[in-house]
Design a protein around this ligand. Structure first.
Ligand SMILES: NS(=O)(=O)c1ccc(C(=O)NCc2ccccc2F)cc1
Ligand SMILES: [Zn+2]
Length: 260
């Protein structure tokens, strides 16, 4: 079956066979080379105003752990930075490795982090998410790097505690009263560039906002994430790890920095 994944027979090198956009000129993730980044003093700071009541459920879809929010009206929005207008928060999810040494999708000067958290927002001027996917300014994703250290942020605990209840593919649990802005690092410094979904169908509709400052998690918290399974309950155990796409060709794109 043409279902895509991260294994040798259905992984990133073969996605283009069923999803031709995967070979586009504005694909994500990318390798950020700070020497080639352009500081843009006209870039304003971004602002998130999230309603904790918008959080609904957390689920394991066999490819990631995803928290879903109510995006039926402007309840939790991101604005400013490179964006014009308010983008609605729809979901957040993570990508991680089989060890602490790798797992992020974007890399900074060759440095890969243990994981990368994505907060996915869409532009309501395009009617709905499906419509936004077809527009270059349709979607905005805030990317936060997770670094293993010994002063882990307590805020990640909430997501990781829920993992017990969504161990296998298809499991979903209520996840309410959660304000994801508690996950943001202190600094608002960011890089921004135009790219794509890092998973099929790989539409090139994303304004990426990558935060420079990583947040810290503990090695135990990473082990918890790696205890998720990509299989359903009654199938052979297969650990959900290495659900990251490698960096894609920059193809002349400019990466701008909000900081010097
Ligand atoms: N890793 S990421 O770049 O942040 C990313 C963000 C969102 C999606 C998504 O919504 N997929 C579902 C989906 C995509 C396209 C069409 C219909 C869908 F349901 C996938 C990847
Ligand atoms: Zn993602």
């Amino acid at each position: 079956q043409s279902v895509w994944g991260y294994d040798s027979d259905n992984g990133p090198e073969r996605w283009h066979e069923n999803y031709p956009l995967a070979k586009g000129d504005k694909q994500s993730p990318i390798e950020i080379n700070s020497k080639e980044v352009q500081h843009d003093s006209s870039l304003s700071s971004w602002h998130a105003s999230y309603d904790p009541g918008a959080a609904k459920t957390i689920l394991n879809n066999g490819r990631t752990c995803r928290v879903v929010f109510d995006d039926t009206f402007d309840r939790s929005v991101l604005r400013g930075g490179p964006l014009s207008g308010a983008y609605r928060l729809r979901q957040l999810h993570l990508h991680w490795g089989s060890s602490d040494q790798h797992g992020s999708e974007h890399a900074i000067d060759g440095v890969k982090y243990a994981a990368e958290l994505h907060m996915v927002h869409w532009n309501p001027k395009h009617g709905n998410f499906a419509g936004a996917l077809k527009q270059p300014d349709g979607v905005a994703v805030v990317g936060i790097f997770l670094k293993v250290g010994n002063t882990p942020k307590p805020e990640m605990k909430r997501i990781l505690e829920e993992i017990e209840n969504i161990k296998t593919k298809g499991k979903e649990a209520p996840f309410q009263h959660f304000d994801p802005s508690i996950l943001f690092p202190k600094s608002r410094d960011y890089w921004t560039y135009h790219g794509s979904f890092t998973t099929p169908p790989c539409e090139e509709c994303i304004t990426w906002i990558l935060l420079r400052e990583p947040i810290e998690v503990s090695s135990d918290q990473m082990a918890k994430l790696r205890s998720l399974s990509k299989n359903a309950e009654n199938e052979p155990m297969s650990p959900l790890v290495d659900n990251w796409r490698p960096p894609q060709p920059l193809k002349g794109r400019i990466v701008r920095a909000s900081f010097k």
